[in-house]
Design a protein. Sequence first.
Length: 436
Amino acid sequence: MTVSGADVAGDERRRNPYDQQLYTYAELCEKYKAVYGPESIQDFWEKRMAAVRAKLLEVASEEEKADKNFVLQCVQKRGAELRFASEELKGDREVVLAAVRQDWSAMEYMKESLGSDREIILEALQGDWEAITFASEELQGDRQIALAALRTSVMTYRHLRAQAFSSDLEIRKAVLEAAERDCPRMGSVPEELRTDHELMLRVSDLAPKLLRFVPGPLWQDREFALQAVQRDWQALDIAPPEVSKDPALVLAALEQSVYALRFAPPDLLADRSVILGAVKRSAAALKYADRSLLADREIMLEAAKQDYGQLSHAAAGLRDERDFMLEVVGLRGEALQFASARLRDDRNVVLAAVTKYGHALEHASQRLRGDREVVLAAVVQDRRALVYASKDLRVDEESSVFAVSSGALRERAERDVLGTRSWHCWRCYFASMHLR
């Protein structure tokens, strides 16, 4: 709904940023009515013109500044007007309370003696936590004030007489709840509070990165460090180096992620049982393993089951072990590319690979790429594998015919062409593969 000029306070004046003159809304409409529409003028008034605050007590007479009723009316409109009130009224409880209700920062102008007034402090705390800084020392040790302050911010803790509440469970609970609400401000919380075991664990549950505010002495508490890691393994990334390399902590972190191995000490990375367990969860753990374990048959087989590419890290001796590679290519034919040159020329190994994955023919030795049985096995698995056969075999029309005549491939061909091509066309397709 469009607000008309009548909806805007007629007495309010705002400054025009272009001519720096003051206008009421009605005057602004009169000035621009021939150029802009009502909606544009209203938008300009609301978004571009700064309101000019009317002066109240600042321009009042000394008599008015000492008039309690007049001052009350002013501070109820703008609490900060208390600064211009008479010294006597700055110490008047009723006037100060009215000012603080409107703007807690009016406390800056009240008499210091009112810092002992419980109602004023409680009222101001509803506006901002910094109100506690104006409270008397006695009230900063008051239980009711402390609870009210902690409900606003954990920052108030540094201004409370903490020793007065050392055994108060309700205050402790309020501190924990305040810290949870005010997590981003943990860096400003006194170290005394940040060394609290329970508090920092609860805060880390909300945002693990806040563990960066944990002081060194608390990290040295092994129980705390272990619980922090069990909540989030990335706590190791924040903990001091001497803590993050603790084998017990790394093992606890491994329950969540194998990437915790990047913090493990060398002796843990050379521990076969640790690495085997990690690799079973994720082959990615292999990149952290000690080089001596890259020749371990069981570890490498577990890694290859998940990601055959991990065989690139395997020791050369293992990639030349016939039984091992037979088992691997039987699971993932693509792994043939990581076999030694000797095994890529082993007919049984290559047959096992191409039977599982026809394109593995690409990595067979030149001799076996010309072996009819090997090529046929590859083509049956994937007819496109013929492109990797030796040139002589590809241009041999008879070879193309024997491949298509294979029962398994015939079924595939019939399914693919759906009866739309003649067998002559199919033969021509294979015969033309040598041109690729």
